[in-house]
Write a protein that binds this ligand. Sequence first.
Ligand code: KIV
Length: 266
Amino acid sequence: MKSVTVAAIQAMKRAHEKIACLTAYDYSFAALLDRAGVDMVMVGDSLGMVMQGHDSTLPVSMDDMVYHAACVARGVSRALLIVDLPFLSYQVSPARALENAGRLMKDGGAQVVKLEGGAPMADTVRFLVDRGIPVCGHIGLTPQSVHQLGGYHVQGRDGVAAHRIREDARLLQEAGASLLVLEAVPAALGEAVSAALEIPVIGIGAGAGCDGQVLVLQDMLGLYPRPSPKFSKNFMPGSASIEAAVRAFVEAVRAGTFPGPEQSFS
Ligand code: KIV
């Protein structure tokens, strides 16, 4: 049994301890992150971009997710393991979501599954939670909706959009989500959503007021050959090794010094 459980992550929020999370897609990096002290390792469908070289996360399949999750699970002995449900593996019906979430847990070693979307996904979240599957929501910029959103843009910038994100967050918590990822929203909105919820809110481009932070590993190590988002930071300069860079990320998250204003949206 892993020492970092969903309950332990939720207790960190209550104790006002910041939560550090990074993505991983393979055994060796997963073991390094676990050793370096991240609280959660996320097998994101960002693997479609950083591992497979696609322009978006849309082509990622369930088989891809199960394969990478199983590799990562072998490397993680302490941190909580969250795995993404890829595009169209959960939107079709709650029953399909349950089958695929079950695969991520049985074959991929996931402890928590993550899915994108707010109010329209609340029933699916409740369906999974009622059947024993811990769920992480993902709202704000939801990359699987990139074509509907018209690109990878900051969300929640006007009053109506900000209100919708606050409502989405509330509904997901009510539906039983264990935690939320909030992506690319103004820092003030990130702080407000985090303060309003009992469950932890993990920001990526959502400001320092969130309960924790997540980054894509390749971005924070400066390995991704395409431009990285403004909200990311390369921790390699000044670090003697990859492990030192990961430790620097964890320390910066814990101290509340990452993200700074330069990685946040106003
Ligand atoms: O796919 C992913 O890696 C993610 C995180 C960056 C939040 O969803």
